[in-house]
Design a binder for this molecule. Structure first.
Ligand code: HEC
Length: 131
């Protein structure tokens, strides 16, 4: 009887730990991914379509179709300062109602929600990596 209890206890522990592994989405560190969280879910999303207006061909020549383009910035200079969202024009443009230059992005809205704004803030503060 004791043996059966011990075995069933072990089995439940195994099942529970398996479940908790399935429940985690592999992002326990809160690390934001440029490729999936920024590029796919924001810049290329049907809702915001930043890349509809931001290619190397269109003024102010901020190419959001590639990581290198984003980091190269626009005619006005860099828009991302790795490690410093507060000093990054990209962050200002998507989070402020009246940015210091031009209008809030995306032009005409809808604007990013607080989770998405935080994604961009965190990604920049985590070093703006090509991850
Ligand atoms: C309908 C077209 C359009 C869409 C969509 C759009 N933008 Fe823009 N964006 C512009 C124009 C035009 C400017 C230049 C005028 C200004 O700064 O207000 C600009 C400027 C910017 C700038 C500042 C560039 C600089 O250095 O002066 C950033 C950063 C930016 N956009 C980011 C974004 C992001 C991120 C998105 C998507 C969430 C987005 N934009 C969507 C048209 C657009």
């Amino acid at each position: 009887m004791r043996k059966i209890l011990t075995i069933s206890l072990l089995v439940s522990i195994l099942i529970l730990s398996g479940l908790s592994l399935i429940g985690c989405d592999g992002d326990e560190t809160g690390q934001v991914s440029y490729a999936t969280d920024i590029d796919q879910k924001i810049f290329r999303s049907a809702r915001y379509n930043c890349i509809g207006c931001h290619t190397s061909a269109l003024s102010p020549h901020l190419d959001l179709t590639t990581y290198d383009g984003l980091m190269a910035g626009s005619d006005n200079g860099p828009v991302v300062e790795p490690g410093n969202a507060d000093n990054s024009f990209m962050y200002e443009k998507i989070s402020q109602e009246t940015p210091s230059r031009g209008i809030r992005m995306p032009q005409g809205g809808p604007y990013l929600n607080s989770v998405e704004i935080k994604m961009i803030e965190d990604w920049i503060n985590q070093g703006a990596k090509d991850n």
